[in-house]
Design a binder for this molecule. Structure first.
Ligand SMILES: *[C@@H]1O[C@H](CO)[C@@H](O)[C@H](O)[C@H]1NC(C)=O
Ligand SMILES: *[C@@H]1O[C@H](CO)[C@@H](O)[C@H](O)[C@H]1NC(C)=O
Ligand SMILES: *[C@@H]1O[C@H](CO)[C@@H](O)[C@H](O)[C@H]1NC(C)=O
Ligand SMILES: *[C@@H]1O[C@H](CO)[C@@H](O)[C@H](O)[C@H]1NC(C)=O
Ligand SMILES: *[C@@H]1O[C@H](CO)[C@@H](O)[C@H](O)[C@H]1NC(C)=O
Ligand SMILES: *[C@@H]1O[C@H](CO)[C@@H](O)[C@H](O)[C@H]1NC(C)=O
Ligand SMILES: *[C@@H]1O[C@H](CO)[C@@H](O)[C@H](O)[C@H]1NC(C)=O
Length: 414
């Protein structure tokens, strides 16, 4: 019986096709878009105490109650960003855009906010004021921070800072690696008017670029930009959290994000290969899936055929009155190959043998009709007539016709 084999072969190929489908999803992609934020988006983020979704925005620091000397973080909680592409041949390229709105609460702004890539998403203690929710006095500059940030600083905290209105690149420290003043471009971060920020990282060239746009009160757009070359793997490990951080000090402000989108970009150099692999995997999956289907079909057909055969045999055995067509082989076996020791008698039209049909567990008499070679056609006609006649007869003194056989020149009655 081959069904167990077919079965295991079938489940194997089905497993393989499932594996191919899973392996086919090898992209380390991350995409999301928030045109605005509403309470329904709460589960997409994790919030430090006092941070919230309010006024259709992410409130990075509290926008109610005690707002001074606070820090906060809002973390995208659905997925992490992979540092490397799936084959670890290149750093992941990405682009992100967001609209920030910083609204001072008491005339003077303080302190600032930042977009961060980090492996440590939770808010450090004592990170208010100049620390921007990025780090604290003990951990400033520590490699274990694993932070790459673009800060939007609204207050001068130490002598090396240009002023209280700049952006900069930060690596594990709030002391910016590079700063870009904004006042001489007439961009004011803490003006309560929207600032469009777009960032892009090219994992091949390692170019990290930032662009800022603010609408001028007198019309037109105010722009600033900065970029540097950085190998993110020198600062970050895999599974990077996307985080907004912010803080207030003696002076307070609302640190708000009004919309945000993020997308990874497939690396050009590997796109062709990946498409090739995907096509190959798709074809492989298709082939294996079709094999699966064909296998299932054949198994189904075999099973139904066997069931049908079994049914037919059963019918024959139940309806013992109808004549059964026997195979010569079976009747030879039943009569020990027409052994003379089984001979019951001999009549005009043939010899009768004692037989035993195993599958019916039945003792029978088998009449081997003798047929003159010269007139086999007549013999057959007689035989058919005999079968039809006897099969219609039913009398307790007459032997019942169980079946018949006609193979080659052999005509047999059972
Ligand atoms: C809410 O948003 C509107 C429109 O951006 C703004 O005018 C208003 O000041 C905001 N209110 C608070 C409490 O943030
Ligand atoms: C506001 O919160 C900060 C940080 O928890 C705390 O240092 C400060 O004392 C609080 N101010 C008031 C008035 O409660
Ligand atoms: C998000 O992405 C779309 C399409 O690239 C862009 O038009 C939009 O300005 C982006 N920015 C934000 C903050 O949603
Ligand atoms: C602004 O300052 C006033 C007076 O010092 C204070 O009563 C008020 O709570 C402050 N408002 C905010 C939003 O900090
Ligand atoms: C603004 O100031 C910075 C620093 O002094 C300088 O590098 C930059 O070129 C200035 N930009 C403009 C538009 O003057
Ligand atoms: C990265 O820079 C290279 C060289 O300029 C360019 O060919 C490629 O398209 C860029 N990749 C992305 C994802 O922008
Ligand atoms: C970045 O640095 C890692 C080692 O930390 C190196 O393997 C990789 O090639 C570098 N990537 C680029 C684009 O230079």
């Amino acid at each position: 019986m081959t069904i167990p084999n077919t079965n295991s072969m079938l489940s194997f190929s089905c497993m393989v096709s499932a594996a191919v489908v899973i392996l086919g999803r090898t992209c380390s992609c991350l995409h999301f878009t928030f045109p605005s934020f509403n309470p329904g988006n709460r589960d997409d983020f994790s919030f430090s105490p006092g941070s919230a979704i309010s006024n259709n925005s992410l409130q990075i620091t509290p926008n109610a109650g005690n707002m001074s000397h606070r820090s906060g973080r809002v973390v995208y909680a659905r997925e992490t960003l992979k540092l490397w592409n799936s084959k670890r041949t290149a750093l992941t390229s990405f682009r992100t855009e967001f609209v920030l709105n910083i609204l001072p609460q008491n005339g003077t702004a303080g302190e600032g906010m930042a977009f961060m890539l980090t492996n440590n998403p939770s808010l450090p203690s004592d990170s208010s004021g100049q620390w921007l929710g990025i780090c604290n006095s003990q951990r400033d500059g520590a490699k274990t921070n694993r932070v790459v940030a673009v800060e939007f600083d609204t207050r001068q905290s130490y002598a090396d800072e240009f002023d209280g209105n700049h952006f900069g690149f930060d690596f594990n420290s709030i002391k910016s690696f590079r700063q870009y003043p904004l006042s001489n471009q007439s961009i004011i971060l803490a003006s309560g008017s929207d600032v469009w920020v777009s960032m892009a990282y090219n994992g091949t060239t390692r170019l990290f670029g930032v662009d800022l746009v603010q609408h001028s009160t007198i019309g037109g757009q105010l722009k600033s930009s900065g970029s540097l070359i950085v190998n993110l793997s020198h600062y970050l490990a895999d599974d990077i959290y996307l985080v907004f951080a912010g803080s207030t000090g003696d002076f307070t402000q609302l640190n708000q994000i009004k919309s945000w989108n993020f997308t990874t970009i497939e690396n050009d150099a590997t796109v062709g290969i990946r498409v090739g692999i995907k096509v190959f995997l798709a074809i492989a999956a298709l082939v294996i899936f079709s094999t699966c289907l064909v296998g299932v079909f054949f198994m189904w057909r075999r099973l139904t055929r066997q069931r049908r055969l079994a049914n037919r045999n059963l019918e024959k055995m139940i309806d013992a009155h109808g004549p059964v067509k026997f195979k010569l082989r079976e009747l030879r076996r039943a009569t020990a190959n027409f052994s003379p020791t089984r001979k019951l008698g001999r009549g005009g039209s043939g010899t009768v043998y004692l037989g035993h049909i195993n599958r019916m567990n039945l003792e029978v008499a088998v009449k081997r009709v003798s047929m003159g070679n010269a007139d086999s056609n007549r013999g057959e006609q007689e035989f058919v007539a005999e079968v039809n006649t006897i099969s219609k007869l039913s009398h307790r003194n007459l032997v019942k016709l169980i079946g018949w056989c006609h193979e080659g020149s052999e005509l047999l009655l059972v």
